[in-house]
Design a protein around this ligand. Sequence first.
Ligand code: ATP
Ligand code: MG
Length: 447
Amino acid sequence: MFKCPNVFPQHHNPLVSYPKTELSETVSSSTNKKMGRSLLSHFLNLSNACPRFTSYGNSSKLQRTLPMIHQNHLPLVGVNSNHRCYCSVSAPEPTVSESSSTSIKRRIVSGVQPTGSIHLGNYLGAIKNWVSLQDTYETLFFIVDLHAITLPYDVQQLSKATRDTAALYLACGVDTSKASVFVQSHVRAHVELMWLLGSATPIGWLNRMIQFKEKSRKAGDENVGVALLTYPVLMASDILLYQSDLVPVGEDQKQHLELTRELAERVNHLYGGRKWKKLGGRGGLIFKVPEPLIPPAGARVMSLTDGLSKMSKSATSDLSRINLLDSKDAIANKIKRCKTDSFPGLEFDNPDRPECNNLLSIYQIITNKTKEEVAQECQSMNWGTFKPVLTDALIDHLQPIQARYEEIMSDTGYLDQVLAEGASKAADIADVTVSNVYQAMGFLKRR
Ligand code: ATP
Ligand code: MG
């Protein structure tokens, strides 16, 4: 089985600066048509990705080029600088020479679960990055409501949380003239493909998922729903349905993306290529094998009550997170009560001061300052001085988002229309993939 352990950097504490990604690419029109073998010539390259020589499909024909690295100085918690994943792209060399060429955009998909209030971690680790990605890539951002039911959930709240999440995507700057925004359950192909993929997923792969182990232990093992175990297959379906080139992933999702890649390879091998052609199909790869795109900044925002745990929607205490829709008073109260330490001054990168590191990093990102500027500004501050400064910066940053959110929510028809259009565009792509999979797996075609 294909293994590429270095694709995903090891978890490690210190903050490191992280290179920004940049993309500009041109590929030949026929390269585009011959999706499969030929598309591989313009895959994203990771400097630390091991070469892939696998028996599955044609991915050993991947033509990798060296990444162009653009430094910025935004912090990333949880990534070892020795294992940095330089998700950057160089202009690709077409595999076949063509006279005419057209510009195509790589496709990115991503989503947030409507499991509660969107918090600063979701925003800085995911949504804020989408806003810059949508200019360069073809983007599909969805609200992953089917994932929200993997653990016990509030039935009365699900649809409200789904709408709120969609409205917050837009309020944070996701632009529907560039990105498709939709609700996962509105595109039936997600569940359909999940079932088909499930038959090709060895149970051992799912059993070894860390999130499953952790969450099932917390939820009382035997009583957890099967969906918690099979959730990564749904995530694979979410990604593979859209033939995504890249998937922005936070620390918490890396193992699931690795499984997606392995599953794509496996299905391509089991059902793709000549076998598919014999059944009247196109042949070649059924799925693109997606690459991880580690967010350039703010990759891991930690809890306000424990600098070693990530900020999370499902954490029991609301004091552990800043929700994007928190009032000024709530923000002030949370920052006032957040965990600190008794060291003199404030500093980045001291492993004994995870809370200090986290709060300075949040401050740095939301003020758009450099790490050096923040280090200098805050080095002789104490918590009593810094906390009001951070509170004001948070309020200033979130206020325009909250105002836009209110505006969007006040026009119900608008949001519904956005979601309907998004679902329709997404279904156009997804349905083609599902039909291909049915065909390649030998199902009788519906007439
Ligand atoms: P839950 O606790 O229900 O799992 P969550 O807060 O982890 O919720 P998700 O919906 O699982 O949020 O994740 C949505 C996106 O936000 C993912 O891309 C994930 O990597 C990112 N994300 C979640 N928490 C953080 C965090 N603390 N810092 C940075 N990114 C985060
Ligand atoms: Mg999560």
